[in-house]
Design a protein around this ligand. Structure first.
Ligand code: BGC
Length: 247
């Protein structure tokens, strides 16, 4: 099916039409800077702009960096607090005049990786982690998403895990790759002891520089970089909108 996928991030809102059977984007993606402040109404206006730019009247799926429970945004760790309690599905659908499905960004990225990327054909328990401004998680058991896990907020060394090892520490704050890679290894070791996954998939901007830091990883669980890079959120958001998952 053809679905417009939109990935709402802290700095940019990106969208493209996606063929959900192949995971391919059908046009070059459009990126519009995230409005500041990123109030729900302002973000809905940008979503509307993207829908209009593609002349879209079919299904739309959106990923955003929050717990999304039955369409309602429940957390706002790295987005405007005004989102908490907002029925984002209803808000966006009203703005664009066609049904819009919402889900968590790391869940979306994981769906795309499991279907078309690094998790393709993998059974057992797979944990996808995205490293960016925060740390997102998408958990799959036998290929089925367990939605809204929030591993970035597990307490680790007296702080939230995402404060210890988010990608932004390296990308924006210049932490040396070795030091950051060692932190990621510690985090994976800890998560391994809690969940015993069969595979970790590591995504987010930092996965592009995999060769710079992956030699620091010696956790026993197999670890692979995400394959779809920064299109995974768009593709997964589109997939979820046509029933690949219910959240
Ligand atoms: C949020 C998650 C999100 C992750 C990555 C975290 O701070 O709580 O919902 O998936 O950042 O964007």
């Amino acid at each position: 099916m053809e679905v417009l996928g939109i990935d709402i991030g802290g700095s940019g809102i990106k969208g493209a039409p996606v063929d959900t059977t192949t995971g391919r984007m059908l046009a070059e993606r459009l990126r519009i800077p995230t409005p500041r402040p990123a109030h729900p109404g302002a973000v809905a206006a940008v979503v509307g702009e993207i829908v209009e730019a593609f002349g879209w009247d079919g299904p739309v799926g959106c990923a955003l960096p929050s717990v999304v429970h039955h369409g309602v945004v429940r957390t706002a760790a790295n987005i405007d607090e005004a989102w908490i309690g907002v029925d984002g599905s209803a808000l966006f659908s009203q703005r664009v005049g066609t049904p819009v499905n919402l889900l968590n960004d790391a869940d979306a990225a994981g769906l795309a990786e499991m279907a078309f990327g690094a998790g393709r054909g993998r059974d057992g328990l797979v944990v996808m982690l995205t490293f960016g401004t925060g740390i997102g998680s998408g958990v799959f058991n036998e290929g089925v998403l367990v939605p809204n896990t929030e591993f970035g907020h597990i307490e680790f060394k007296g702080m939230e895990l995402e404060h210890y090892a988010a990608g932004r520490l390296q990308e924006d704050e210049g932490m040396p790759y070795d030091e950051w890679g060692d932190r990621v290894d510690e985090v994976l070791d800890y998560l391994q002891g809690l969940f015993w996954p069969d595979l970790f998939i590591l995504g987010g901007g930092i996965s592009k520089a995999w060769d710079e830091w992956s030699d620091r990883l010696d956790v026993a669980t197999e670890v692979v970089p995400a394959a779809m890079r920064n299109n995974a959120g768009i593709v997964g958001a589109a997939m979820a909108a046509v029933g690949a998952v219910r959240v």
